[in-house]
Design a protein around this ligand. Structure first.
Ligand code: MG
Length: 208
């Protein structure tokens, strides 16, 4: 089953909607262990990206995600803009100049996005970052397409992202502003992991 440009546009639309709905929650999480701007930053980035997409109407998957990635890098403050921007830029390069992706090509694009985040932020598991949700989700997607179809893989990825996100509550932050809190960061979900869980929830909905 191929994944179409239209489904990927729908993915971006759903990310946008979830960020708007959860903006207050993301702000609350970031207020506890960061500087409280994660909800506002992502809402601004998502709005800027969807305006660009509406205006330019990209017809190929690489053009679409390049536009989204570049917009996030330039319009979202903090660490999350460059990280999510890099995720989508690498996704674009891996996908290539095509209007649809096979399941395996989508898995590779997600892996390329993850690799970009690793290169940019050097996260390790249990640092209490977006990586704790993103890595298990990307691995689960690859496993899912071996065992089943794209919708199944996307649901597995979404569940893995949510589980990874929930588990960040028990971790001591080792990266970014939250790391200054040391042990006091325990008991709080990482906001970046929470927004990554929304990204994979949106993917599962778009590919259902
Ligand atoms: Mg922040």
């Amino acid at each position: 089953m191929a994944v179409t440009l239209e489904q990927l546009l729908n993915w971006l639309q759903l990310i946008d909607e979830h960020i708007i709905e959860q903006r207050g929650y993301l702000t609350e999480l970031d207020s506890a262990i960061g500087d409280g701007d994660h909800g506002a930053n992502l809402a601004r980035g998502a709005a800027a990206a969807s305006n660009k997409v509406d205006f330019e109407h990209p017809e190929y998957i690489d053009d679409l995600f390049k536009l989204v990635g570049m917009t996030l890098v330039s319009s979202v403050g903090g660490a999350s803009g460059p990280l999510y921007g890099t995720f989508f830029l690498r996704f674009a390069s891996s996908a290539g100049h095509v209007a649809e992706l096979s399941a395996a090509q989508l898995a590779s694009a997600l892996e390329a996005g993850l690799a970009g985040v690793v290169e940019r932020g050097h996260p390790e598991r249990d640092d209490k970052t977006m990586f704790d949700a993103m890595e298990p989700a990307v691995l689960a997607f690859r496993t899912g397409i071996v065992d089943g179809d794209v919708p199944y893989a996307a649901v597995l990825a979404s569940h893995a992202a949510q589980a990874g996100c929930d588990a960040t509550a028990g971790l001591v932050a080792r990266k970014g502003r939250a790391s200054y809190l040391g042990e006091r960061s325990v008991g709080h979900i990482d906001p970046g992991a929470a927004s990554t869980a929304l990204l994979f929830q949106a993917l599962a909905e778009a590919l259902a």
